[in-house]
Design a protein around this ligand. Structure first.
Ligand code: ATP
Length: 334
């Protein structure tokens, strides 16, 4: 019952015959429609494989999730969150798109955009850090994608350079929506407070518990790294859109400095640093970028820059926002 597919495996194909008559065909895809290739990576509950649609020869990344493992580890809810958010975010170049979902007896399959460049984190590690031009470009693409997801009522809650993938063109594709929060859209507002925070529901409570209590039994809980967690999640156990902008500030810092701002020997010490706003800029950190980061890494989420403020900050001077940003050639990483 839990796995009931609500039609995401279906796509509509338009066909025009020699007389110019249009017909539409509903296409239901399944495992047999793809050739599976190399393994792109492994998650705690999934394996991601490169695959080609046999008919169209289009390449995808297919995430294969083991049903028994997910049920045993009580992650059904998070798999559903990932699918539902991706379905809601179907139309932005900076977000991994979900094309089809289907299943067989053993596994669930998510057919996704293939991000051939891999994780942004890989490039940061390889290069040590990014220069201002590259940070500006990747920062702008990440921010544009955040703006879109927030406009669709989605808070990501786990933004970090591992979850920023790169496509063939070396453009950003944000992934990993398994811990996202879907807000009620304005027309159906239910539990939103005036300050934009959402009430703790069960899902959010579990999330806070999982990261708030360092528990070695749960070493493999779904929040992999503590470094990007916002202070409000640690103190009030609540996340808001501003929590993603905190993580965005951490990412900008990391691209330029080569390390995240809050990093310690263990999760507990990292959390201490976060709630005490204890971080330092390395020597030579660009001044305009420092100003931006200082206005994002603010403990009170209501006092952080808004997305509009960030877009007009001097650090992003010269960036063409919106569609233009995605037509631009990525600067060579150096
Ligand atoms: P965990 O579930 O443990 O948090 P994860 O979120 O990284 O891990 P997956 O989403 O299954 O797990 O991804 C596993 C690996 O596959 C990652 O290293 C990621 O880089 C790679 N990967 C995921 N999606 C894609 C994609 N669309 N294109 C290319 N590689 C991908």
């Amino acid at each position: 019952e839990e796995w009931k597919d609500r039609g995401a495996a279906v796509s509509i194909q338009r066909h025009v015959d020699s007389n110019g008559n249009q017909t539409h065909r509903i296409v239901k895809k399944g495992v047999q429609d793809f050739n599976f290739g190399r393994t792109l990576g492994e998650g705690s509950y999934s394996t991601v494989l490169a695959a080609t649609d046999r008919q169209t020869l289009t390449e995808y990344a297919i995430k294969v999730l083991d049903k028994r493992h997910i049920i045993k580890e009580k992650k059904v809810k998070y798999v559903n969150i990932e699918k539902n958010t991706l379905n809601r975010l179907g139309d932005h170049p900076g977000i991994v798109r979900l094309y089809y979902t289907f299943q067989d007896e053993r596994s669930l399959y998510f057919v996704l955009d293939l991000a051939t460049g891999g994780e942004l984190l890989g490039f940061v590690k390889k290069l040590g850090s990014f220069d201002e031009e590259c940070t500006r470009f990747y920062g702008a693409q990440i921010l544009d994608a955040i703006e879109y997801m927030h406009s669709k009522g989605v808070i990501h809650r786990d933004l970090k350079p591992e979850n920023v993938l790169l496509d063939e063109q070396m453009h950003v594709k944000i992934t990993d929506f398994g811990t996202a929060k879907i807000l009620d859209l304005p027309s159906q507002t239910r539990t939103s407070n005036t300050d934009g925070k959402t009430q703790l529901d069960r899902q959010e409570q579990d999330f806070a518990n999982n990261i708030g209590i360092p528990d070695h039994e749960r070493a493999n809980s779904f929040v992999g790294t503590a470094e990007y967690v916002s202070p409000e999640l640690l103190t009030d156990k609540s996340a808001c859109k501003g929590s993603d902008l905190w993580a965005f500030g951490c990412i900008i810092f990391q691209l330029l400095a080569g390390r995240p701002p809050f990093k310690a020997a263990n999760e507990y010490q990292t959390f201490q640093k976060i709630v005490n706003l204890e971080y330092q800029f390395p020597p030579g950190f660009p001044k305009v970028a420092r100003d931006l980061v200082e206005r994002l890494l603010v403990l009170d989420p209501t006092k952080r820059l808004t997305i509009e403020n960030i877009k007009s900050h001097p650090f992003f001077e010269g960036i063409l926002w919106g569609k233009q940003l995605w037509k631009q050639k990525a600067p060579r990483l150096k």
